[in-house]
Design a protein around this ligand. Structure first.
Ligand code: ZN
Length: 420
């Protein structure tokens, strides 16, 4: 069973990311660490006569955990997301073309498709079986999406790489003819069940290159899924380190489906957070005044200023790796941060002894979004969007500073401990 000591420090972060190729593995890993830290799991299908103490509940690829004694000072909530853009296996994946056995995939979220080419890819996810869900992972290079040779694509350097997700992203995994049922039997073996027990799957590809500290002075981390497993990792430590007996109550909410808009049974726009908070509070009468006294940090990756594309950034909001957590502002509420939230999180950074930076998107480009506005709309809680500066967002292999995740964890810890 994973313990919190195993996830601490930069090596702990790298190990956490490598242990979590899918949202289901994130939730499973987080649940293990919480259990070993004294948190007890509650089932949403049961009555919760008393949800105080250190508890957590799971819904699919999402999880809510909390330390609660009283609603007197409201909740301090950290939200993050467990999913990352990738390639997902279709329901009837076994196919073949030109003498290669291949697997049908769908692009999940806003993936940088070029980053999935010519990589050693494994496959992981969960299986639905008659006995319930079963996680599996295959960490051998069983799949590859081969790029077209430059001799057959002479215009690629002038005109850019155009990739059709239906046609050009289909990975190969062997030679020969289409073999119906092959994928099911391979994942059944990986999960240790019989092939006829595999009823359905949520399966996706992952790059096998291990996460690493990088750069000539070790300034960087190169890893998959930095967006947003760095925030899940930092939030988990902050919750475990939160004082168990003193208000405000500390809540960690890790949502699936952020990369596809958060509207699902367990996404940030779902009933998950509001209903769990109501059950923690014990009644609506206790919940509503507690929400009015609460604050939320929506923790998600931020864009560092790119050295090769400085013109893509707002010139007066330079964001540097190594300069601490980034608070994200957007007048059009693509980020939920307002002045009150910004001030509260800046105070938490100061209390933690780390710096902070403020991000603004260029006015002539559409801004991305995150879980913050959804969580804020669902709960009515003042919310600040903040996170770690990174490059290569939505690539199969992203990068961030080596110090920033540690500083972000300290800032989240200070935030959970209440007003400065
Ligand atoms: Zn994100």
């Amino acid at each position: 069973m994973a313990e919190v000591s195993e996830i601490r420090g930069i090596q702990g972060l790298l190990g956490f990311i490598d242990a979590c190729p899918t949202p289901f593995h994130v939730v499973d890993r987080v649940a293990e660490v919480l259990r070993s830290s004294g948190f007890a799991e509650l089932d949403e299908a049961d009555e919760w006569p008393d949800a105080s103490g250190s508890r957590f509940a799971r819904r699919g690829g999402s999880l809510v955990a909390w330390q609660h004694q009283t609603c007197e000072k409201g909740f301090r909530i950290i939200g993050a997301h467990t999913d990352s853009p990738n390639l997902r296996i279709t329901a009837q994946p076994d196919t073949a073309q030109a003498g290669y056995r291949q697997l049908g995939v769908e692009v999940y979220g806003g993936a940088l498709l070029n980053s999935w080419l010519d990589r050693d890819l494994g496959v992981a996810g969960r299986l639905a079986t008659p006995a319930g869900q079963r996680l599996f992972r295959i960490d051998r290079p069983v799949l590859r999406v081969p790029q077209l040779a430059i001799h057959l694509d002479r215009d690629v350097s002038k005109e850019g790489l155009l990739l059709n997700p239906q046609v050009h992203m289909v990975p190969v995994w062997g030679l020969g003819l289409r073999t119906p049922g092959e994928f099911a039997s391979v994942v059944a073996e990986a999960a240790g069940v019989d092939a006829d027990e595999v009823l359905a799957w949520d399966a996706m590809l992952h790059d096998l290159t291990p996460s690493t500290v990088a750069g000539i002075d070790g300034d960087f981390i190169h890893a998959p899924r930095i967006d947003n497993q760095v925030s899940c990792w930092a939030g988990l430590q902050a919750l475990i380190d939160a004082p168990a007996d003193s208000p405000p109550s500390a809540v960690l909410c890790l949502f699936d489906h952020e990369e596809v808009g958060s509207t699902s049974a367990q996404g940030a726009a779902s009933t998950l957070l509001p209903t769990v908070l109501e059950r923690i509070a014990g009644s609506r009468g206790a919940l509503h005044p507690a929400l009015a006294r609460s604050l939320c940090v929506s923790a998600d990756g931020a864009h560092a200023t790119h050295p090769n594309y400085p013109e893509r950034h707002e010139p007066d909001h330079h964001i540097a790796m190594g300069d601490g957590p980034v608070i994200k502002r957007n007048a059009n509420q693509r980020y939920a941060t307002d002045a009150v939230g910004e001030a509260a999180f800046a105070a938490a950074c100061e209390k933690a002894g780390v710096g902070h930076q403020i991000y603004a998107h260029r006015g002539d480009m559409p801004c991305g979004s995150t879980i913050g506005p959804f969580a804020a709309a669902a709960t009515g809680v003042t919310t600040v969007d903040a996170g770690v500066a990174q490059l290569s967002m939505h690539s199969a292999r992203e990068m961030c500073g080596a110090q920033d995740p540690l500083d972000f964890a300290l800032a989240l810890s200070a935030f959970l401990s209440g007003p400065a």
